[in-house]
Design a protein around this ligand. Structure first.
Ligand code: ZN
Length: 65
């Protein structure tokens, strides 16, 4: 298994030995929060600029949750 992981937000290498949790994806809770708010913002921008159809998003979300 690959021991070296990078934070999904800032790309900093995570210390997996210190953090036993295998599913850790962020170096800091701040990065986690930013990651999710950026994702939401991005979807919002795409919808506002007409690059993404909101009904498509809605269908996908409702299918998955
Ligand atoms: Zn980070």
């Amino acid at each position: 298994m690959n021991k070296s992981k990078e934070c999904d937000f800032c790309m900093k290498t995570l210390d997996v030995k210190k953090n036993k949790r295998e599913d850790k994806r962020f170096c800091d809770p701040v990065c986690k929060n930013k990651y999710h708010s950026y994702k939401r913002s991005y979807a919002g921008i795409l919808i506002d600029t007409g690059q993404l159809d909101f009904q498509t998003v809605k269908k996908l979300i409702e299918k998955n949750y």
